[in-house]
Design a protein around this ligand. Sequence first.
Ligand code: ADP
Ligand code: MN
Ligand code: MN
Ligand code: MN
Length: 338
Amino acid sequence: MAKYLLEYIWLDGYTPVPNIRGKTLVKEFEKFPTLEELPNWGFDGSSTRQAEGHSSDCVLKPVARYLDSTKRNGVIVLCEVLHADLTPHSTNARATVLDDPETWFGFEQEYFLYKDGRPLGFPVEGYPAPQGTYYTGVGYENVGDIAREIVDKHLDLCIDAGINHEGINAEVAKGQWEFQIFGKGSKKAADEMWVARYLLQRLTEKYKVTVNYHCKPLGATDWNGSGMHSNFSTKFMREVGGKEYFEKLMAAFDKHKNEHIAVYGPDNHMRLTGLHETQSIDKFNYGVANRGASIRVPHSFPNNAYKGYLEDRRPNSQGDPYKIASRILQTVQTVPTK
Ligand code: ADP
Ligand code: MN
Ligand code: MN
Ligand code: MN
């Protein structure tokens, strides 16, 4: 037997953006525990804005576990929050995602690394050279001295954990980065996105760097905001599709545009302005290879008889991937496949 360090992590009840919380349980196992071997645990919901009424104990139900390569026998245990009677807590957005192993999501998480209250590489006052050479840039003048170490270490941690991390790029603004996660199964990429965010936040602690997920941290300037483009496909979209279905699907997205925006992250009016490769927040449109559209249709889609995946470009960097996945699937469900 060996002692394993089980880091139970969950989302708290803060709005509009939940925080990741975590606490450690030490438990003996013969070998790396399976999900089934991990017990439910609990926490005090009155300290996380999750207490409802007078009973403040909430239940942590493990839903996935990951290797934590920073520790000997480390395990990250991703949890859903339940009430004492084991029904989903109102803050548990994961429980609202329709279960479908054949739905695939790919999320592109953009974010800024901040130090001393400003993006990494920004001078104490004013701004660095305008945007231009930072996107996919190389060299101290473009990425500074520690950002690449951070993003590469983050990638290692994700890969060790078994997260389907797909890649990294330096983004358009100085101090801004992106990584992508793809998953087959309606909850998989969202689960892994939350664990990847957790790993990034924990990794940056010792650099005295914070991860700023706000969608427009530099306000109404010429500095880009951050999104979390959400790529999605169902089995029907990949295998049957067709122009008629696609047009009905887009009409449904148009009809429900306000419900989508409501869960696509706070302050999105600051980012979806029609500038900087975005569509305005109050409009819905789609277009082939159009980075100024709400939904970008990849070239491959019409070329393949309207089959494949679509990219919803509206979700922002602070969005909860569970809520985003949940809403996209709700809208997809309204469109008949026959
Ligand atoms: P870009 O920056 O040009 O939008 P990225 O490579 O950053 O492109 O992101 C494309 C995303 O699309 C990736 O996360 C990828 O996993 C995802 N993706 C590719 N194929 C599918 C598919 N069939 N269903 C859902 N997502 C997909
Ligand atoms: Mn991208
Ligand atoms: Mn990007
Ligand atoms: Mn994209």
